[in-house]
Design a protein around this ligand. Structure first.
Ligand SMILES: Nc1ncnc2c1ncn2[C@@H]1O[C@H](COP(=O)(O)OP(=O)(O)O)[C@@H](O)[C@H]1O
Ligand SMILES: [Mg+2]
Length: 245
């Protein structure tokens, strides 16, 4: 479970997050939308312990991660969290297979046969076959995204954080990638996704990040029970354009 409490973050004099609270239960699928520059990436990277908030707390499975020394934090991040970043993040001089194996290397051991078998099976699951020895530049944008998803799954994380994973993809590929995340979620992994693909808001609980605050997204079937802002179910719902409804 991820519990974000009263997060505050500012850059210089810009307040990006203002007392944002969010609880993500195990196995949940949470969608976060909102305008560009609204702080979605910042929120996701705080949830994944890549960025420290100025205020508030971040608990992952009841561990207050902001209190952990960096080596333990890095180990927890590597073990529990898979990231799919907003911008292409495959390593150009590594093959597709070695990119997927990277999280193993970051756990301070060399990939073994079982790791390679697992990486190959992940690539198959994301629909990449016969390309293990190619380099990222030899793949399409959608294929690169699939490899990044396989890489995020490599250490069998309990949580996947995905930042606009379909932002630059055509509608058909977007649908396929969304399907992939739905499958990952159905197999038990918690998914927190930033996206503008609101046709998929019904996959889980959806929120809008606006003016530094998180509100239930009006298009989400589950919005009225959503627990944004410290469980205030009476918070107004907001459309994708940010109008309060
Ligand atoms: N490392 C940083 N240093 C300074 N400003 C930043 C940094 N990261 C983000 N910002 C600013 O914080 C705001 C929110 O950014 P971001 O979280 O990337 O928004 P979004 O993902 O919703 O587009 C923007 O105004 C951005 O310029
Ligand atoms: Mg962003």
């Amino acid at each position: 479970m991820i519990r974000l409490e009263a997060l505050g973050k500012r850059y210089k004099n810009v307040e990006v997050l203002n007392r944002v609270s969010l609880t993500v239960d195990d196995g949940a699928f949470v969608i976060i939308t909102g305008r560009s520059g609204g702080g979605k990436t910042t929120l996701l990277s705080i949830a994944g312990a890549l960025t420290r908030p100025d205020e508030g707390s971040v608990c992952i499975d009841e561990v207050d991660i902001l209190q952990l020394p960096e080596p333990e934090l890095a180990a927890l991040r590597n073990r529990k969290i898979g990231f799919v970043f907003q911008f292409p993040s495959l390593i150009a001089p590594l093959t597709v297979l070695d990119n997927v194996l990277l999280p193993v290397a970051f756990s301070d051991r060399n990939p073994n046969h079982a790791d390679r078998d697992f990486a190959e099976s992940l690539l198959e699951q994301v629909g990449i076959t016969g390309k293990n020895a190619l380099y990222p530049s030899q793949l399409s944008g959608g294929q690169q995204r699939r490899v990044a998803i396989a890489r995020a799954m490599m250490n069998r994380p309990s949580i996947i954080l995905a930042d606009e994973p379909t932002g630059d993809l055509d509608e058909t590929t977007e649908a396929e990638i969304m399907n992939l995340f739905q499958g990952i979620n159905h197999r038990g992994t918690t998914v927190v996704m930033v996206t503008h693909a609101l046709d998929y808001a019904g996959l889980g609980r959806a929120y809008v990040l606006k003016n530094g605050g998180l509100l239930p997204y009006a298009g989400s079937a589950l919005a009225p029970e959503a627990s944004a802002q410290g469980g205030n179910a009476l918070a107004p719902a907001v459309s994708a354009q940010g109008e309060v409804l």
